[in-house]
Design a protein around this ligand. Structure first.
Ligand code: G3P
Ligand code: CA
Length: 248
């Protein structure tokens, strides 16, 4: 089972910052998960929300702010001085860093509420610019974005269909993903059960499950044979899984 650090090592460090990505790589993980939006002047940036208010000392929607304005903000603001100020990373900066690492990135293009026209092409072009095509996969709640990516990216790049808690328990997610050409299903752990796990297995669809921060969840995913865990505490999961391999 692969360990993906959700928004970097976000259980301890400011989410979606280069600090959180570096620390995730250093504590142990197979990949990092990150969220991508686009600024008013067309720059791709790594941040979760559509607005900067929750995670920085600024205010407003990313679509209404320029890259220069965003870069003045402190993405470690919520930690009250525990960490030195962190900038919102550009997606370029992230890809450049990734090119020097041996881990992969699960890139979530955040088009679920605001659609940024052409963001799928722009994201892929940046990935090509830094030569990290073989180190990425995509996920998204907006499955039209995943369909657009299907037209752009090579077949070896995996696509994961994210669904929310409010989607409820889905009985045939494996059939849906297979029919849609999505290699992976990305549900919250709470909507998984023996039946829908089996449906994914029967269809050859991989399960990358979020956001699992406790041992009970980790062990459950392991027993189900899920392919990936998306967690805020990558080191714990990574070390535990290594122990399981040794015990075999
Ligand atoms: O990849 C799983 C997870 O990132 C989905 O939820 O809200 O953290 O983007 P969210
Ligand atoms: Ca995400």
């Amino acid at each position: 089972m692969l360990v993906m650090a959700h928004r970097g090592y976000s259980g301890v460090y400011p989410e979606n910052t280069m600090l959180a990505f570096r620390e995730a790589a250093s504590v142990g993980c197979d990949g990092v998960e990150l969220d991508v939006h686009e600024t008013k002047d067309g720059q791709l940036v790594v941040i979760h929300d559509e607005a900067v208010d929750r995670t920085t000392d600024g205010t407003g929607f990313i679509r209404d702010l320029t890259f220069k304005q965003l870069r003045k903000l402190n993405a470690a603001q919520r930690f009250d001085g525990k960490f030195a100020p962190e900038k919102i990373p550009s997606f370029d900066e992230f890809c450049e860093w990734l090119s020097g690492e041996s881990i992969f990135a699960n890139i979530e293009i955040k088009t679920d509420n605001t659609y940024y026209p052409g963001i799928e092409e722009k994201t892929w072009k940046t990935i090509e610019k830094y030569g990290v095509e073989k180190q990425v996969m995509f996920s998204g709640f907006n499955h039209f974005t995943l369909r657009r990516l299907q037209e752009i990216v090579p077949d070896y790049v995996e696509l994961g269909a994210l669904v929310e808690h409010k989607s409820g328990v889905q009985v045939f997610p494996g059939d849906y993903c297979k029919a849609s050409g999505f290699q992976c299903y990305h549900p919250p752990i709470g909507i998984l059960n023996d039946e829908n796990v089996k449906n994914c297995k029967d269809n050859g669809v991989k399960l990358n499950v979020w956001t699992v921060n406790d041992m009970e969840g980790l062990e459950k995913l392991y027993r189900w044979g899920c392919e990936g865990i998306i967690t805020n505490f990558p080191g714990v999961a990574y070390t535990w899984l290594k122990g399981q391999k040794k015990a075999k």
